[in-house]
Design a protein around this ligand. Structure first.
Ligand SMILES: Cc1cc2nc3c(=O)[nH]c(=O)nc-3n(C[C@H](O)[C@H](O)[C@H](O)COP(=O)(O)OP(=O)(O)OC[C@H]3O[C@@H](n4cnc5c(N)ncnc54)[C@H](O)[C@@H]3O)c2cc1C
Length: 415
């Protein structure tokens, strides 16, 4: 393809997925001339943001410090849905359940108390009386938070892209960035169709971030996921009015799920499915019998009225960091470049506020939001420490395997 586009922009955004589409919009709203490049279509099912639904919840067992960002995320989702004239945010309530001492139940409860969120703690039988689709294991507790629900990811992306275009942003689909180069006062990027210049570059390429940014290569690791939609045998238990979204920790692992929406099936998946690290280009997108069996086994045990005929099966990618927290920062060497890799399986709900943060970083280099948990330094420091450890081991300076093991353990994925 030779088109020979060119142009000078205030900001080039790489990726029109969840984070990039939101960033393009918030930048265009500030009057910036924006070009957003996307390697596939708008929207598409090749990355991390397809499958009709994504959970949003206020109680946050991953770390209570996410709650303030979530409050802003909800405000911005409501704003963009009103701009789009379309319902993007569906409130069902959310359940975070597990053994009493588990990080999922206890962490969620602690975040709710700390941030004074409305909530109730229910036993398994109490939850089932209210929401009969649920069959929690004996002794599990559930935190029910009324603001939880789900977003419609493909429509959120389309809404942000359309709103950005209305403000003059250019969005080029099927035009992947091939390379970028820092310049004295900005950046130059090359695609198959042209060469563009801009003062600022925002990289929000999801599972491909590690291919575009060397510093994320070892810290933003794509992983294959599988989702199932099963026809409920009691459909009335799995409606948006009767079935809150959930995160559930059981002996078989940590699972999440949704009421019927978009596909005539109860949708759920297992976090880190088979722990398969993949290459984003050309990973195994087929769903195999063993994938389905793993998921069906879970539904039959804990949601027996939701485990009828298979309605759909799909694959998708997480992009994980070692500690499960996001990476959002300005490039340590090039202040004109900022980037976001907010995933580890829980990033979509934040896309609205991450778009605002990326617009702040591209505009001023700083943001009023607290992103200390997400700084890239924490990952690079571990890498330096680990390299130093490995060198010390090979020089015989650390006492054999135990020293090396300690360091390796630091780098273990958080799941
Ligand atoms: C199965 C599954 C379930 C999930 N469930 C939830 C949930 O319930 N709640 C929640 O909050 N989060 C959830 N997540 C996580 C969430 O979906 C991700 O955090 C989020 O989608 C990441 O958005 P992103 O913008 O980083 O990536 P994407 O939306 O994939 O966007 C990246 C974009 O960059 C483009 N791109 C890549 N390379 C280039 C290039 N060279 N040039 C131009 N464009 C490029 C890609 O094509 C893509 O469109 C889930 C993820 C998966 C996979």
């Amino acid at each position: 393809m030779t088109v020979n586009y060119s142009g000078h922009y205030d900001v080039i955004v790489v990726g029109a997925g969840a984070m990039g589409s939101a960033a393009a919009y918030y930048l265009a709203r500030r009057g910036k001339r924006v070009l957003c490049l996307e390697r596939f279509g708008v929207p598409h099912n090749m990355g991390s943001s397809h499958g009709h639904t994504r959970i949003i919840r206020l109680a946050y067992y991953e770390d209570p410090s996410y709650v303030l960002l979530l409050k802003r995320a909800y405000e911005l989702w409501r704003e963009i849905q009103s701009e789009a004239g379309e319902k993007l945010l569906h409130i069902t309530g959310s359940v975070d359940a597990g053994p009493e001492d588990s990080w999922v139940f206890k962490g969620s409860w602690e975040s709710a108390k700390l941030h004074d969120l409305p909530h109730e703690v229910l036993t398994g039988p109490e939850l089932r009386r209210r929401h009969p689709g649920y069959h929690l294991p004996h002794g599990h507790l559930a935190l029910l938070q009324p603001d939880g629900g789900f977003l419609t990811p493909e429509r959120c992306i389309v809404s942000y892209v359309e709103a950005a275009q209305k403000l003059g942003a250019e969005v080029h689909a099927h035009e992947p960035l091939l390379e970028w180069e820092p310049r004295e006062n900005g950046v130059r990027v090359r695609t198959e169709r042209g060469v563009y210049e801009a003062e600022k570059l925002v990289i929000a390429a999801g599972a491909w971030n590690g291919k575009i940014l060397d510093l994320l290569e070892k810290h933003a690791i794509p992983e294959r996921q599988v989702l199932a939609w099963l026809q409920p045998t009691k459909p009335e238990y799995f409606q948006t009015s009767s079935f809150p979204v959930f995160n559930l920790l059981v002996d078989e692992g940590r699972f999440y799920g949704f009421p019927v929406f978009g596909v005539p099936g109860f949708k759920f998946g297992k976090y880190h499915h088979l722990e398969e690290i993949v290459e984003p280009d050309g990973y195994d997108r087929e769903v195999h019998d063993y994938d389905e069996e793993l998921l069906r086994g879970f539904a039959e045990k804990y949601f027996p009225d939701g485990s009828g005929a298979t309605m759909d099966l799909q694959t998708c990618m997480f992009t994980n960091t070692e500690d499960g927290h996001f990476v959002i920062d300005v490039h340590p060497e090039y202040e004109q470049v900022s980037f976001a890799s907010p995933c580890s399986g829980h990033g979509f709900k934040f896309a609205s506020v991450v778009g605002e943060i990326l617009a702040d970083l591209a505009d001023n280099g700083i943001t009023r939001h607290d992103i200390n948990l997400f700084r890239v330094d924490r990952l690079l420091e571990k890498e330096r420490y680990s390299l130093a450890g490995r060198e010390a081991v090979s020089n015989g300076a650390v006492n054999g395997a135990s020293g090396a093991f300690r360091r390796k353990k630091d780098l273990r994925p958080f799941w």
